[in-house]
Design a protein around this ligand. Structure first.
Ligand code: PRP
Length: 175
């Protein structure tokens, strides 16, 4: 089987991750520890690369959510399936996502995490499909804006395939 066509090369991704890590390190320099919350599964590679490039104290957590689907259509409702292990009360939280598509997942997470009285909640996403937005969410640190392609790699999958591809590729799910 052919590899997916490249949308964003590994080199470009890592250059951008360097830039994001530098900006985050600067912004949080006087804030003490930041709690990075990776949204499983897709964010695991981005979180690993981003967190290792930060020059600030950080604590790693993961959270998992699932979207309710009607057939293959997402309803927009999101459900928590795995929570963080430690309290975030009084902490500076940075939610790390691989992709923001409709925005429902991040919107749900921001609301849910803010209700736990953290010192702050910010968001970082590698990719944003702007034209698919259904609910506006603030992305404080964004890697790349992309179109409406079906993307895989660097944590993103199609039916669990291509998650560990080192670059962001485009596939046609009809193939
Ligand atoms: C993806 C991605 C985000 C969500 C974004 O997860 O990792 O969490 O979709 O979509 P939204 O903006 O439309 O809510 P997915 O449900 O594919 O699960 P996975 O990360 O476990 O593959």
């Amino acid at each position: 089987m052919q590899n997916p066509e490249t949308l964003i090369s590994e080199k470009k991704i890592l250059e951008r991750v360097d830039e994001l890590a530098a900006q985050i390190s600067l912004d949080y320099a006087d804030k003490g520890e930041v709690v990075l919350i990776g949204v499983l599964k897709g964010a695991f590679i981005f979180l690993a690369d981003l967190s290792r490039r930060l020059s600030i104290p950080r604590h790693i957590e993961f959270i998992a959510v699932t979207s309710y689907e009607h057939g293959s259509v997402r309803s927009g409702a999101v459900r928590l399936v795995m929570d963080v292990r430690r309290s975030i009360e009084g902490k500076h939280v940075l939610v790390v996502e691989d992709i923001v598509d409709t925005g429902h997942t991040l919107h749900y997470l921001i609301d849910m995490l803010k209700s736990r009285n953290p010192a702050s909640v910010r968001t970082c996403a590698l990719l944003h499909k702007e034209h698919k937005t259904e609910v506006d969410v603030e992305i404080d640190y964004l890697g790349f804006r992309i179109g409406d392609e079906w993307v895989v790699g660097y944590g993103l999958d199609y039916d669990e395939k291509d998650r560990t591809l080192p670059y962001i590729g485009i596939i046609d799910p009809e193939d």
